[in-house]
Design a binder for this molecule. Structure first.
Ligand SMILES: *[C@@H]1O[C@H](CO)[C@@H](O)[C@H](O)[C@H]1NC(C)=O
Ligand SMILES: *[C@@H]1O[C@H](CO)[C@@H](O)[C@H](O)[C@H]1NC(C)=O
Ligand SMILES: *[C@@H]1O[C@H](CO)[C@@H](O)[C@H](O)[C@H]1NC(C)=O
Ligand SMILES: *[C@@H]1O[C@H](CO)[C@@H](O)[C@H](O)[C@H]1NC(C)=O
Length: 371
């Protein structure tokens, strides 16, 4: 049997619960959700180092590998559904360019200040999105993944929640969901604000309170402050490059940069609304001029001193992403290097969790797990 077909059938066999009745977490489950493994392993876009990102295959593999949390990025359809993609431009990770029926919906748009030409989720309804198939974003670095082009469709947020609950029963452990609200300001301007919808969806599914196995993340700031007003679910502030500004702050003209937010004073402000911070890993250990890991900064200590947990992104096993000291001797950019040692170096700084495209590696090396 063709591998793609057999994988598809295998995944269908997991019987993702498609019933719309919300399944409420039992008190016991919520209780267990409070005792977390350390460091927390967050499967970044699923096990996206092995299977195209944000697909049923990538998430299912991450959970069988033992990841604590699966990470869906959220964007909106024209008819108001939350769907799972990293970008609202669909050409990057779907086969939409192969669909002549959608050729006339190609557009040039500015999203978060960046001009893009392609097909945008906000111009399609959910039934149209469901026609598309996922493709690998970085086929030269992940040629194995590219062999699974067209094997999977685009999921909704509800489908991820159903998958997590399904695995909770199968594996008898708490499965967390770590959604990221993408392009918040962009969708709000289109009349498709995401924040209340994300909160309502989670609350309706039984995820309530700061012990529920949920973190809601964003690179923007004001939407997190707004979320703080409408939910007790945990919030995480993401940090991009130091010199750049969160897009909402740029539009508001505050001048605030991620670098400002990473100072002790900045972190104190973040701690007023967020439970945790998700810095690019260079905030914690920057690379030197030879692309080797340098000396750790005070970031983790500063964040901890104001009560914030620290979950850096993104740990990936290919040479292309690794510092020079952990690349494999085979110098191909897609060769697998020593991610285990890179992660161990970061664990020594006291981080509380991490985002990885290869969640099996951090799961294997962590020492404590109180579940
Ligand atoms: C989605 O759009 C298609 C046109 O491509 C239309 O035929 C269909 O009725 C729409 N579906 C919904 C649920 O609005
Ligand atoms: C998968 O899709 C990518 C992106 O469109 C493309 O570059 C690559 O050639 C495809 N790979 C296969 C094996 O079809
Ligand atoms: C949150 O609520 C407070 C108190 O009602 C209000 O002053 C503030 O503007 C709200 N913040 C956001 C971002 O909505
Ligand atoms: C951040 O920096 C990296 C490399 O230094 C670059 O590839 C990326 O585009 C930058 N991101 C932003 C938002 O400027």
């Amino acid at each position: 049997m063709d591998f793609r077909v057999s994988l598809g059938i295998l995944l269908l066999g997991f019987g993702v619960n498609s019933s719309s009745t919300p399944v409420t977490l039992s008190d016991n489950d919520i209780e267990k959700g409070t005792s977390e493994c350390s460091p927390l392993v967050i499967a970044h876009r699923g096990a996206s180092g092995y299977i195209p990102e944000h697909t049923l295959g990538a998430y299912t593999l991450a959970l069988t590998m033992g990841a604590d949390y699966i990470e869906p990025d959220l964007v909106m359809t024209k008819d108001g559904y939350l769907i799972i993609r990293h970008d609202n431009e669909l050409g990057l990770t779907t086969d939409i360019s192969q669909h002549p029926e959608f050729a006339d919906r190609r557009r040039k748009k500015t999203v978060d200040g960046i001009e893009l030409t392609g097909w945008f989720t906000e111009d399609f309804n959910l039934s149209e999105i469901k026609i598309l198939r996922a493709i690998e974003r970085i086929p030269t670095i992940r040629p194995g993944n590219a062999r699974m082009n067209n094997s999977f469709s685009v999921m909704t947020f509800q489908e991820i929640i159903d998958l997590a609950k399904n695995f909770q029963h199968v594996q008898k452990r708490v499965i967390g969901i770590y959604p990221e609200i993408k392009h918040s300001t962009h969708f709000r301007r289109l009349g498709l604000p995401m924040e209340q919808l994300v909160v309502d969806t989670l609350h309706q599914n039984g995820y309530i309170g700061s012990n529920a196995p949920i973190y809601i993340q964003s690179f923007e700031v004001n939407n997190l402050k707004e979320l703080k007003n409408i939910t007790d679910l945990r919030l995480l502030q993401l940090f991009d490059n130091k010199s750049t500004q969160p897009f909402d702050q740029r539009e508001l003209g505050t001048g605030l940069t991620y670098g400002d937010m990473a100072t002790l004073e900045g972190l104190k402000e973040v701690a007023k609304y967020a439970y945790a911070v998700g810095p690019d890993k260079s905030y914690i250990i920057p690379r030197d001029s030879n692309n080797r890991l340098g000396k750790a900064t005070a970031f983790v200590k500063d964040a901890h001193s104001v009560g914030l947990k620290v979950h850096p992104h993104t740990f990936r096993a290919e040479n292309f992403f690794l510092p020079a000291n952990f690349q494999s001797v085979n110098s191909d950019e897609n060769a697998i290097g020593d991610l285990k040692s890179e992660i161990e170096t970061y664990l020594a700084t006291g981080i509380d969790g991490l985002f990885s495209d290869h969640p099996d590696i951090p799961v294997r090396i962590r020492s404590t797990c109180v579940k």
